[in-house]
Design a protein around this ligand. Structure first.
Ligand code: ADP
Ligand code: MG
Length: 280
């Protein structure tokens, strides 16, 4: 079912509008025929200016909002055709990390409870197994068992994002949708979290849909890039090609708007051991 050449995630002609009722005059179309593929173990960087539809694309992939038309195929199954219960089961395999970890970390719970919660929700009944998996997920992101007895407010922004990543990983997903996961962090902390994400991808064979408006980060992390403008994918290809040889005027304009992008990419790499660029 899962041949080497078939993408893990395939989005085809996705259309999405927001507004009241079915009449088109009360609705505004946000996504227009969005199509892309993402292979297992790879990262697709979805870039584009604010408001171009990146987060809406993520929401559609996650089943957080309905679509007007189009196909979202995950491991050969069209997610848009699934019933609620089927989508719930599928959601174990597709997890998300948001820009602001505070939104997903309820301050009334300990870190350990927060990372355990997805296991409870998804019906892992064995408490010993739950605590083993919580320990493993926290260990992967560098949070100790002792630290995990504390509450989110006791942690820095970077640590909170690590905790949010542990929460996403505890279900052992295959696809992780990362929506601006380091945008709220200081640059030095960004590098650490990016390195962590990169290491986790190598260790666990994770597939990332990496939404990012920062082109330096996109260049560093992505195997392939898709450029969005006003709800459309206007350019897509291997990261090196899109960044170094684009002839597309919109992508060119995005790159020119951040003359320091390449310098920042180098600085990010220099701060840590540098995310893997294999397969680019
Ligand atoms: P990005 O993540 O690229 O910044 P978004 O996907 O968040 O862009 O937004 C794309 C467009 O969709 C924007 O014009 C935004 O105002 C609109 N939009 C997003 N969410 C909603 C919503 N729930 N209801 C109505 N319009 C929305
Ligand atoms: Mg967004």
């Amino acid at each position: 079912m899962n041949s080497e050449s078939a993408p893990l995630l395939k989005v085809e002609k996705l259309n999405k509008s927001y507004g009241r009722g079915f009449s088109t005059k009360n609705r505004s179309q946000i996504l227009h025929d969005v199509s892309f593929g993402l292979h297992r173990g790879q990262t697709l960087g979805l870039v584009g200016e604010s408001g171009s539809g990146k987060s809406t694309t993520a929401a559609c992939v996650m089943g957080l909002t309905g679509v007007d038309s189009g196909v979202i195929e995950f491991d050969g199954v069209d997610l848009t055709s699934l019933k609620k219960a089927e989508m719930r089961r599928m959601r174990r395999r597709i997890q998300m990390v948001f820009q602001d970890p505070n939104g997903s970390l309820d301050p009334r719970f300990t870190v350990s409870d927060l990372v355990e919660e997805p296991l409870v929700i998804h019906g892992v009944k064995d408490t010993a197994e739950r605590s083993r998996r919580v320990g493993e997920a926290l260990d992967r992101v560098g949070i100790t068992a002792k630290q995990a007895e504390r509450y989110p407010f006791a942690f820095s922004g970077g640590q909170r994002q690590r905790i949010a990543i542990a929460r996403a990983l505890v279900l052992e997903p295959e696809l992780v949708v990362l929506d601006e996961p380091v945008s709220a962090l200081d640059v030095s902390i960004q590098a650490q979290v990016l390195n962590l994400l990169s290491d986790l991808q190598d260790e666990l064979g994770l597939t990332y849909l990496f939404i990012v408006h920062d082109l330096a980060v996109a260049r560093l992390m992505s195997h392939r890039i898709a450029v969005m403008k006003a709800g459309r994918i206007v350019e897509a290809g291997p990261a090196a090609e899109v960044f170094d040889h684009t002839t597309h005027p919109y992508t060119r304009a995005l790159l020119d708007a951040v003359p320091g992008a390449r310098r920042k990419a180098r600085a990010l790499v220099a701060t840590g051991d540098g995310p893997s660029t294999e397969g680019q």
